[in-house]
Design a protein around this ligand. Structure first.
Ligand code: TXA
Ligand code: MG
Length: 342
């Protein structure tokens, strides 16, 4: 299969691929997604094949506006509308009870479904033109860092999907925040582009699922099935170093060798002579770090780097999502030097 590159002018062609049961790379504000008609079971199955995705990891449905929620969800709590009003379109996925018309292929048999309205004008137009909710995981091969531009998605998916719509670089850079609204207290399942603080301001109490902060004990089932897999991994093993940024830089300098790669804050870009260095933004700017973290994780592939050390932000704002992605890329191999950065 030849994978075509479409532009934002090709809305009709893109929608036709979805309506015809094909696979389409779509830009969103978070990361690129691998979309298919979410009501078409064979098309949804092809997403799993193209990604090499485990069969028990459900997909989220992308819709163009909150009024579509009723079509696919039932017993929708008031909190869902509060959040949609404030944060949609935007980097927030809500887990809700699903209706029967949502295929098992999407939910992997769960009685819930993840719903998201992405803030990308081109993709919103494509979904409207297709007239169907779009099931879309991130557009990477399973286990790889999520793609934040069309070129990165093509790297992973060339020849495996019908087309990618080039909508430019993703403004947020990490995936959507996932909140489960089916339990009595809303629960954060995945930190992402919308900070936890914003959810708490809107809803009051929000619990944080254990899988967000640490690896689950063997045998325990995470609420978001995807949280149990090693993820975002570059080819070389990653060690995350947490603590004040000057201390973590000093630690990495002591450990570094000839084939060490370093992911660091901008202030320390010159502190690791002889190493391959990827700076991801100022220590106090987690939003910029979010935009650059996946590109940094990809950048060492194809180099002679055999180990990667990463500085890590604290948990405030988008720092929680950046730290989560780095720790997952490291398989939770973390050296903790105390109080958080900067
Ligand atoms: O920003 C995003 O959310 C991107 C863009 C493309 O929209 N999509 C994305 O999808 O990150 P994916 O499949 O890579 O991650 C979705 C996560 C997985 O960890 C999956 O297990 C979880 O959402 N998930 C999906 N449906 C769920 C459900 N019903 N209950 C709990 N977790 C669910
Ligand atoms: Mg993903």
């Amino acid at each position: 299969m030849k994978t075509r590159l479409l532009t934002k002018l090709d809305i009709e062609a893109a929608a036709a691929i979805l309506r015809g049961g094909g696979l389409l790379g779509i830009p969103t504000e978070t990361v690129y997604g691998l979309g298919a008609d979410g009501l078409n079971t064979p098309a949804v199955r092809r997403i799993f094949e193209a990604k090499g995705r485990p069969q028990d990891n459900p997909l989220i449905l992308h819709i163009p506006e909150a009024s579509w929620l009723e079509r696919y969800c039932r017993n929708i709590p008031a909190a869902a509308y509060t959040l949609a009003e404030r944060f949609w379109p935007g980097p927030l996925t809500m887990i809700l009870r699903r209706r029967e018309n949502v295929p098992n292929a999407v939910t992997c048999g769960l009685n819930t479904v993840g719903m998201r309205c992405p803030a990308h004008p081109v993709t919103l137009e494509i979904i409207r033109a297709a007239g169907t909710p779009v099931a879309a995981p991130s557009g990477n091969r399973s286990g790889r860092p999520s793609p934040t531009c069309a070129a990165h998605m093509l790297e992973d998916m060339d020849g495996r999907i019908d087309a990618i719509v080039d909508g430019g670089s993703c403004g947020v850079g990490v995936e959507s925040t996932i909140i489960d609204l089916t339990s009595s207290v809303p629960r954060l399942l995945r930190p992402g582009g919308l900070p936890l603080e914003a959810l708490r301001e809107a809803l009051g109490e929000v619990a944080v699922d254990r899988a967000v902060l640490s690896p689950l004990p063997a045998g325990e089932k995470p609420k978001a099935p995807g949280m149990k897999y090693r993820h975002y991994a570059p080819k070389a093993p990653v060690t995350v170093v947490t603590g004040k940024s000057r201390r973590t830089a000093r630690y990495i300098r002591k450990k570094m060798g000839e084939h060490t790669g370093v992911i660091c804050f901008d202030e320390f870009a010159g502190a690791f002579p002889g190493c391959a260095v990827e700076a991801i933004g100022a220590a106090a700017d987690p939003a910029e770090q979010a935009r650059r973290v996946f590109d940094a994780l990809r950048a060492f592939d194809g180099t002679d780097v055999t180990e990667i050390f990463a500085q890590c932000p604290g948990d405030a704002g988008l720092g929680l999502a950046v730290a989560n992605r780095l720790k997952k890329a490291a398989g939770f191999q973390v050296v903790d030097l105390g109080e958080a950065a900067p």
